[in-house]
Write a protein that binds this ligand. Structure first.
Ligand code: RM4
Ligand code: MN
Ligand code: MN
Length: 424
């Protein structure tokens, strides 16, 4: 389904007076409001194809209704998000869940919907039906060379699909590791993985990047072969200039200082970008900003400071993606909330007075530093995000629009109640 532009205009008209009042109030205190708005307009967060259906837990999956049944319908769902918030203009595909049947028609659909293809993701954490060798004991790290070869070939295949679609990066997340002490020789597992990654790296086109995503635990519970940012950075440094470390917010041990990790990876020019989500315990994949919004703001604070220090383009030089999926919310409503949370944290980080913060740091003034950060964190910037959406033709309140227009009900009519999106 497509959203009619005049419906969005009507919606905006009905909220405009109230919006203006709020926006004028907050904007009057911001010196560079137009440049802040422009950065927000330029910013985009990619939507993973696997977040469009209801996720599951180890125990059950309760599917929603009207979920996308095909790659085309996944694109249409992201197109809906993009039409509403104008900050979701890219989709990230997972192979083999999302292999296009016809590249040119998929590319045409994407451009009609104003979407780009973000990083492509390989999958060697599951066995596929027609697969010869199993990944039960790992893929790129496997003790058996033939298994490694199969996994390498799969990654090269994924690059080919990505090239055909216009993607520019491959994300490799490995579930490789071990569940019990003694099961694995750590050094051999590292070296096997490195050699495998080197083969994949040499198949990358010149203008491509490879993102090495780390994860502390799960599905392996004793060791993970790319278990933290240190290990990922080792691989990325050894591989070369096209390799970077990808930070998934849910892939750390509890209480890890993610903002510090981000700052140092940026300093080294090795930060690939993000998989945004939120969590309380492990890799919970909850809505971005739903549990620890202050942490998200602190991460963006380091991002903006670090990117500016290196003269980077906020919108284009790093990969921004959501990686979430869970059981209880409507996936599209959830994604609208996630994108909103990211935009709010980014906007707040743009408003931090860098000069004052730097002074406080140079004077060892911890009180002033906290005041500066928390004053911004407690500033309501929702109308600034809404204004950026308004200026780019989106809806003032995407979630309200989604509900008022009964979009899920319409999708259910079109697609049925028992649809299942491919993926996990
Ligand atoms: C993993 C990881 C990857 C994602 C898979 C589906 O936990 O976060 O990024 O591709 O899940
Ligand atoms: Mn991830
Ligand atoms: Mn994850």
């Amino acid at each position: 389904m497509l959203i009619e532009k005049n419906k969005i205009d009507e919606h905006n008209q009905s909220l405009l007076k109230e919006h203006k009042r709020k926006f004028d109030f907050v904007a009057s205190e911001i010196k560079n409001i137009d440049s802040v708005l422009q950065k927000l307009i330029d910013f985009n967060v990619a939507i993973p194809s696997w977040a469009l259906g209801t996720g599951g837990t180890r125990f059950a999956r309760f599917s929603g209704s009207g979920e996308p049944r095909s790659l085309e319908e996944k694109l249409e769902d992201v197109g809906l998000l993009q039409a509403l918030n104008k900050s979701s203009g890219a989709i990230s595909l997972h192979i083999p869940w999302d292999i296009p049947k016809d590249y040119s028609s998929i590319k045409k659909l994407a451009s009609q919907l104003d979407l780009q293809f973000d990083a492509v993701n390989s999958n060697t954490f599951q066995d596929q039906n027609n697969q010869e060798l199993s990944y039960k004991f790992g893929s790129l790290q496997h003790v058996n060379k033939a298994v490694r070869k199969q996994a390498i070939e799969h990654n090269i295949e994924v690059i080919k699909h990505g090239v055909a679609l216009g993607s520019k990066a491959l994300t490799v997340w490995l579930s490789d590791g071990s569940c019990f002490p003694g099961q694995l020789n750590f050094r051999k597992a590292f070296q096997n993985t490195l050699e495998s990654l080197e083969e994949i790296y040499s198949a990358l086109p010149n203008d491509w990047k490879v993102f090495i995503e780390y994860k502390a635990f799960e599905p392996n519970f004793y060791s993970m072969t790319v278990g933290d940012w240190g290990q990922s950075l080792l691989y990325a440094n050894k591989l070369g200039p096209k390799a970077f470390t990808l930070v998934d917010l849910g892939h750390h041990l509890p209480n890890a200082n993610i903002e510090q990790i981000v700052s140092l990876l940026l300093m080294e020019g090795k930060l690939a970008g993000f998989h945004f989500n939120d969590s309380k315990y492990g890799d919970d994949d909850l809505t971005v900003g739903s549990i620890k919004p202050y942490q998200l703001f602190l991460i963006f604070n380091e991002l903006v400071e670090g990117m500016d220090a290196r003269g980077m383009n906020h919108a284009k030089d790093l990969g921004w993606m959501i990686d979430a999926s869970h059981n209880v919310k409507d996936p599209l409503e959830d994604l609208l909330q996630s994108v909103e949370a990211i935009m709010l944290s980014y906007a707040q980080a743009l408003l931090v007075d860098r000069k004052k913060l730097n002074e406080a740091q140079e004077n060892n003034d911890a009180v002033a530093a906290q005041e500066i950060l928390q004053n911004i964190f407690r500033t309501d910037v929702r109308s600034i995000i809404a204004e950026a959406r308004l200026r780019s033709g989106g809806a003032l309140n995407p979630l309200q629009f989604f509900r008022e227009q009964k979009i899920r009900e319409q999708l259910t009519k079109e697609r049925g109640t028992k649809t299942i999106a491919t993926g996990l």
